[in-house]
Design a protein around this ligand. Structure first.
Ligand code: UTP
Length: 322
């Protein structure tokens, strides 16, 4: 990658747009996702997508583009008003639920764009080109939920405002899991470190490497800040792994042309909802943390786990679980 001398000047306009690619097929959740978009599966009592839009607006994003596809337009409906339901709840005097259904429509200006075929994440991002125009923008994937108390996106936006170029969200993962992610090689930078965040310079990116070939155990998660030049880079990118146009390949191309790439290593609370097992864990973690549901649910969970452990103890043994 090029050195800092050829790095484009940072974009000084504040980043106000986020793109949420949500046109994938959601095959890991079939049959649930045959007619219901994966992004609308509830995490406790809110669709995963609402958490993402809330995270965006908390970080100062005011304009959100959902990249959708056939059968997934209900995602846009979730952020629309429901005057019939509002009138009913108003007549009943149910203010709590009234607020809950109005809230999504008040978060941001929601737009949508369609991806005609699932040709990959890079191609989905390209579907946002006309809407984004000549500005840096955030890309947020619905499989990663970031706890609102640990504001990763705001940190990434401030790194981008200062340094320009591309900024990626990173986490450390066990090396044997790195083949599920994009992996990066890094160098330290002179920036303050906090318990939650470390800013690093990225010198190499590889999509889904084998554990022995990965440049590190730092994985790219579903948060990116990208400059508008990414669109041309995607247009020039040939289909890669799985016949899809990979965003990582387009970012690597931009980097090779001199764009600075930084990462924010995140050590905060993140919930993965990408597959069934991780989704179940996310629901339990978030439910335990909720002020309204948590105390009772936690107690139930403790009792449930105890009874499971008791049931697995063979009478007369020393506690083995055969
Ligand atoms: P994933 O591959 O994780 O999501 O893509 P998926 O395809 O929906 O789910 P599975 O793997 O079949 O279970 C990461 C993100 O990129 C979007 C997806 O919607 C998801 O949010 N995506 C992926 C697109 O929008 N278009 C694509 O062509 C591919």
């Amino acid at each position: 990658m090029a050195d800092n001398a050829s790095v484009p000047r940072p974009h000084h306009r504040p980043t106000t747009k986020a793109v949420i690619p949500a046109a994938g097929l959601g095959t890991r959740f079939l049959p649930a996702t045959k007619a219901v978009p994966k992004e609308l599966l509830p995490v406790v009592d809110k669709p995963a997508l609402q958490y993402i839009v809330e995270e965006a607006t908390t970080a100062g994003i005011t304009d959100v583009l959902l990249v959708t596809s056939r059968g997934k337009t209900s995602m846009v409906d979730h952020f629309d008003r429901r005057p019939d339901l509002e009138a009913l709840l108003e007549a009943k005097g149910d203010q709590r639920r009234l607020d809950a259904i109005r809230h999504p429509s008040e978060l941001a200006a929601i737009h949508s764009s369609r991806q005609d075929e699932p040709k990959g994440l890079g191609h989905a991002v390209l579907c946002a080109a006309a809407h984004v125009g000549d500005e840096a923008f955030a890309v947020m994937l619905g499989d990663d939920l970031i706890d609102e108390r640990d504001p990763l996106l705001a940190e990434m936006l401030s790194v981008q405002a200062e340094r320009g170029g591309i900024v990626l969200g990173l986490i450390e993962v066990p090396r044997e899991h790195i083949n599920r992610y994009g992996s990066v090689a890094i160098e330290p930078v002179d920036a303050p470190e906090t318990p939650l965040f470390t800013t690093v310079k990225i010198t190499e990116m590889v999509e889904k490497p084998s554990p022995d070939e990965a440049p590190s155990n730092l994985a790219i998660i579903g948060r990116y800040i990208l400059p508008p030049e990414i669109f041309d880079a995607i247009r020039k990118t040939e289909p890669g792994a799985g016949g899809e146009i990979q965003l990582t390949d387009a970012m690597a191309r931009l980097a090779s042309e001199g764009t600075a790439v930084h990462g924010v290593v995140f050590r905060g609370r993140r919930y993965d909802t990408g597959d069934r097992g991780d989704y179940l864990k996310a629901v339990v973690q978030i439910a335990c943390d909720r002020a309204d549901l948590g105390p009772e649910f936690r107690q139930w969970l403790v009792d449930f786990v105890r009874s499971e452990l008791d049931a697995s103890v063979v009478p007369g043994s020393d506690g083995g679980s055969e």
